[in-house]
Design a protein around this ligand. Structure first.
Ligand code: F3S
Ligand code: F3S
Length: 109
């Protein structure tokens, strides 16, 4: 299952972490929601492959601890999504399609 590109319509923003929007449902430790707006990562799909952190030319992502999550205990948090240049590398390299990037959402940051 890939991240829902229509998460803004289908989910509600329930929180903010490090200045990044969090879209529910959120029920830790098992359910962590989607993090981000311009660069969105579904924490419940991310399994900490790390390719997005390695390949992003402008270092948008940072590891965030998610202890007790069934997929992985760290996640790629789009901490610096405001720096994204829409190269789409992260979308291409993520093995589980956990990332959605939409330039049209950038002006909502
Ligand atoms: Fe980086 Fe992905 Fe944007 S690789 S520049 S966060 S499209
Ligand atoms: Fe996670 Fe995919 Fe990045 S599994 S760490 S979002 S490449």
């Amino acid at each position: 299952m890939a991240i829902d590109p229509n998460f803004e319509r289908n989910r509600e923003q329930v929180d903010e972490e490090d200045g990044v929007a969090v879209w529910g449902p959120v029920d830790p430790p098992e359910t962590r929601g989607i993090h981000g707006i311009h660069v969105a990562v579904d924490f419940d799909i991310c399994l900490a492959d790390g390719a997005c952190l390695e390949d992003c030319p402008v270092d948008v992502f940072e590891w965030m601890d998610t202890p007790g999550h069934p997929e992985s205990e760290i996640k790629a948090h789009p901490t610096h999504e405001d720096q994204c240049i829409d190269c789409m590398l992260c979308v291409d390299v993520c093995p589980v399609d956990a990332i959605d990037v939409d330039p049209s959402r950038a002006n909502r940051l």
